[in-house]
Design a binder for this molecule. Sequence first.
Ligand code: APR
Ligand code: PHB
Length: 397
Amino acid sequence: MRTQVVIVGAGPAGLTLAHLLHRQGIDCLVLEARAREHIETRVRAGVLEHPTVDLLDEIGLAGRLRVEGMTHHGIRLRFDHAMHRIDFADLTGAAITVYAQQELVKDLVAARLADGQPILFDVDDVRLDGVDTDRPRVRFRHDGRERTVDCDVIAGCDGFHGISRASIPAGVLTVHERVYPFAWLGILAQTRPSCDELVYARHPDGFALHSMRGPEVTRQYLQVPAGTDLADWPDERIWTGLRRRLGHGDGLDLEEGPIFDKSLAPMRSFVVEPMRYGRLFLLGDAAHIVPATGAKGLNLAVADARVLSYGLGHHYATGRWDELDRYTERCLRRVWQVQQFSWWMTAILHRIGGTQPFDERLRAAELDRVVSSRAAATTLAENYVGLPFATGWAWRG
Ligand code: APR
Ligand code: PHB
């Protein structure tokens, strides 16, 4: 087989890129290791930035999210028994949309199939050859058969544990990493949201987050030590933890109910530089991971797809590589802005064991500043709703 671009991985990065390339008449093949049903039900994050929704609107993929997504014009910060609202509309004129990642993946897969464009699920043993040559090749197994596809470019969109980054020779990539000594215990519960906006809580017991997936389903998180065993957290202990950390009053009265999904997410900040090796370009979690506190992972994956689709559009329109050669530089500017914000949100809202009381006081003071200074609140709001995409090299329709 032959195509122009092989996309490894059908997450937000791969599927958004596939759609942007298709709109530019660029052929691509999407290879996904898991079954369609799995990727369309896998529970992940659920906050879409303003620029992400605008892009999805522009490319005709926001139909269902506009109907089923929940537009929020602010978030709440809760600490020291008081609730504070960060008013995005007032501070930035923008909003966020709460829409489950798996629903977005479902929409992107449906669009690809509706366009009659190739996507293979349940592929096995993907191997990348010749990425440092001008004739890259991808080999994989599908339906028990060995397959080979030649292409011009490979987009590694296979997440943190994928094969793309791992296929780059040692010494090429510089790794920047920070692993946090805690994780997030996340639940999905059949309960009505106890607040009409997300509630981020800082508490002596640790961080908590009250989020939602709809009028009858909440998504909630508790900070727990890294290496926690879920078996040590029966439902009652989780509700006790949420009640203590989220408190009550100020419009929040936590409703408890059946928990139908429980998971643990490690917390890390991770970036590799460059985000390219020859004809292999890394996007999304394959190149960078942010702690979930800033709700940025999905949005950063979409931002990378925008940058690469522009570079490829320019390449196939002109035969030149110079725009593609700026891929890493263009992506990393946003990646580090988002890393800084996500690390900062994590630092001011979590209990970080082993730190000096002096540092704890500094973080508490910073949080207090956010709720007492318009300038500080605006910084949080601008980052949270999503930094504007750089213009002038936006993708071309
Ligand atoms: N071959 C083919 N597909 C693979 C392989 C492989 N060897 N390894 C992984 N995949 C697939 C996974 O099954 C998954 O569907 O690649 C996809 C990667 O998708 P994501 O992990 O969602 O990564 P990305 O598209 O970069 O989106 C990042 O997703 O995980 C969230 O919190 C994360 O919000 C962030 C966003
Ligand atoms: C979620 O709804 O899953 C969610 C919301 C905000 C975050 C992280 C996750 O910061």
